[in-house]
Design a protein around this ligand. Sequence first.
Ligand code: C2O
Ligand code: CU
Length: 482
Amino acid sequence: ITGGSLLLPITLLSRGQAATAGSPQPTRFSVKLPIPPVLKPVRSDVTTDYYEITMKKAQVNILPGLTTQIWGYNGIAPGPTIKQRQGRQSIIRFINNSVDTPTSVHLHGMASLPQYDGYAEDLTPPGFYKDYVYPNKRAATLWYHDHGIHNTARNVYMGLAGMYLVQDDFELGLPLPKGKYDVPLFIQDKQFTNTGKLVFDTQGKISQYGDVILVNGAPWPRMEVGTCKYRFRVLNGSISRSYNLALSNGDDFIMIGTDAGLMSAPVKVKNFRLGMAERYEFIIDFSKYPVGSQVVLRNLGLPNNKNYDGTNQIMRFDVVRREPDNSSIPSRLRTIQPIPESSAVRTREFRYQRSNGLWVINGKVWDNMRIDANPRLGDVEIWKLSNPSGAAFHPIHMHLIDCLMLDRNGKAPFPYERGLKDVFYVGENETIRVIGKFGANTGKYMSHCHNAVHEDHDMMNQFEVGRGGRSPLAVAAKPLPA
Ligand code: C2O
Ligand code: CU
């Protein structure tokens, strides 16, 4: 279970110039920021929208003049965005057409039933499909991505990831920027050969880094904005790189949301740490800048990332027109029920480390037969997550539940992370405590480091809420009709 891949060898990926990271470098800020298309349902009824997404290989143009083969949902990377209303159900038929590998789709941030959660071993082989049922319980910026056992890093790197936005009436009733002023920013770093092939090289199962920054699939793009407020939903969809984001003019981000939706109140920060799979929402008010200004979204860098020259810049905002602004930022956003420490029935401890060449949790690697925590349905628990190493950081993701951070190294969490989250950045020599209620569903769910290379080798475990729930393997993929 813990060893090598059961899957096809990687033949189409070249090591190329991996060691020196010499991707062709396009001119920065020359491409306009693309916005992934919003997917239309194939049909809808009173309760449900039905979608269809085909995973396939595609030849796309990412670097000027070069063709890159990706594996994309509907042949694009990032995949199409799903936009859904809270309380409506989505049923998505994910068809594995031609990606040469078995897949499992996880809707990251959603309390799905175990059989629809993208369990790593719940595989859909090429030529098969599976209908995933999603309840859309609360408004938030989510994403869907592949979770195939031991190949998550490669599959996400090749393109199998997209955004999934849930909105509700309350949020749409707020005067925050909306429509084209509500913009997803999906950040990834990639490495290419000089002929444009994606290079996937985990440097001995440690990490996959790239020297080209893509936002919504385009290298170092530029976005033309008016003199008004914009709401951004930023997702770090990178395999191993985390970012420390800042604006080139030193101005503040007005942070309004975390992984699981709006915070209780906006908070201004000059920079923030964005680990893999984390989402933050923030406002930039471009009315402060004269037409003609340029503001670069920068990456100040973080320890234990391979920082190449180009990775200190992400994209640029060009203020190109005067524009009226009817939006405003309420001083109270959403009521977040505190979860008092006294309501916790127990504390569990998980240590994230490297040992004997493996990435382990409490000394152990992934084993689908082992359950490391068994809360009862409705229990509130505190999880203490620690990273005793100075040489790596681990963004830890818990499926199924949203938690609040109680403390980081015994001190208050950073102002921007005081909201409900499903990924917690556990930096070098850090210990954090999070609290959450296992109230949504019974069943087995995974928890893991979201450095997808660590996750694949094999920093992943599982918890089971209650006993005897539906197996995560209860709904098998079906063959496509001939
Ligand atoms: Cu975003 Cu278990 O994954
Ligand atoms: Cu890790």
